[in-house]
Design a protein around this ligand. Structure first.
Ligand code: PBG
Length: 324
């Protein structure tokens, strides 16, 4: 026998011990579930690049939320798929109180006041160019876009959004939105800032879901360069100074280092978004029989939480709560 002082396998002897010494636990309260709303009635539309995930008309969406609530999920982030006839290059439709998005917010909160509803703030679903901002001479213009985002945010707050979640990555939008919300009497509407949002390949399936792929170029003039992490600290510090209540890293799995850095540096709640491409990658490999889907879900979500995320936006929330 080797005289070993430390035998770590003593802590791995049974499930009970493993659970007792586990440093990371996933819980339904960790998750924010993304929802996609579309015009019409009675619709549950498949999204080909996101197997088992659906776009809903408002009526079927309400039923879906009810069933998710019964399973213990109370936090949601809403996205809207906008018809082509309501897309332009001004964001004007995004600020119409009777549009699909505010109507959905209002109906969801009326039906389920106890849930937390986050709403996506960016112009891409409303943009003929599929960009998050207003386009002039082939450029995405910052300050005019921020004005449009402020109007959009106030309309969402009016409709009952608990938190607006600017995902556009324009400079100065968090401070401007905070001011606009306060000015309109919505001091209690919060801001979840997409602070370190990278120009990532992993958003592809989401852009299919919302028909929002950029018509020209890419998003590298506003989303962050994948090569940088110190820049994420600067972006996040600024968003907090401008009034963000919570901050986010996105995507999650390829940016665990960024999540940890933010966690070490800041004391606000840190969210991470396991984005559409991260979802579809696991689904596709599992469909081929190359990965165990359930285990991959738990492993990736655990990694995101272990890295330091307090909150995880994930398309796997419903599945995950059955596995943890
Ligand atoms: C739009 C937005 C995107 C996502 C959330 N909000 C796409 C993009 O920036 O192109 C991606 C979410 C996902 O891939 O799951 N501003």
């Amino acid at each position: 026998m080797i005289p070993l002082t430390h035998r770590y396998r003593r802590l791995r002897k049974s499930n009970a011990i493993l659970n007792l010494v586990a440093e990371t636990h996933l819980h339904a309260d960790d998750f924010i579930t993304p929802l996609f709303v579309t015009e019409g009635n009675g619709k549950t539309e498949a999204i080909p690049s996101m197997p088992d995930y659906y776009r809903h008309s408002l009526d079927t969406l309400l039923r879906r939320i009810e069933s998710l609530m019964q399973k213990g999920l109370f936090n949601y982030v809403l996205f809207a798929k906008i018809g082509d006839e309501q897309k332009d290059n001004t964001g004007e439709f995004a600020a119409r109180p009777d549009g699909l998005f505010p109507t959905a917010i209002q109906k969801i909160k009326a039906a389920f006041p106890e849930i937390t509803l986050f709403t996506d703030i960016a112009l891409d679903p409303y943009s003929t160019f599929g960009h998050d901002g207003i386009v002039k001479n082939g450029q995405i213009v910052n300050d005019e876009t921020v004005e449009a985002l402020c109007k959009m945010s106030v309309v969402h707050a009016q409709a009952g959004a608990d938190f607006v979640a600017p995902s556009d990555m324009m400079d100065g939008r968090v401070g401007a939105i905070r001011q606009a919300l306060d000015g309109a009497g919505f001091q209690d509407t919060g801001i979840l800032a997409y602070s370190a949002k990278y120009a990532s390949a992993f958003y592809g399936p989401f852009r299919d879901a919302l028909d929002s792929a950029p018509g020209f170029g890419d998003k590298r003039s506003y989303q962050m360069d994948i090569r940088n992490s110190r820049e994420a600290l600067r972006e996040t510090a600024l968003d907090i100074a401008e009034g963000a209540d919570m901050v986010m890293v996105k995507p999650a799995l390829a940016y665990l280092d960024v999540i940890s850095k933010l966690k070490a540096e800041f004391n606000v709640p840190i969210a991470a978004y396991q984005v559409s491409g991260e979802y579809s990658m696991i689904k596709a490999a599992a469909e081929k029989g190359w990965l165990d889907e359930d285990k991959a879900i738990v492993e990736t979500l655990t990694a995101i939480k272990r890295a330091g995320a307090d909150i995880i936006l994930t398309y796997f929330s419903e599945k995950a709560i059955g596995l943890i």
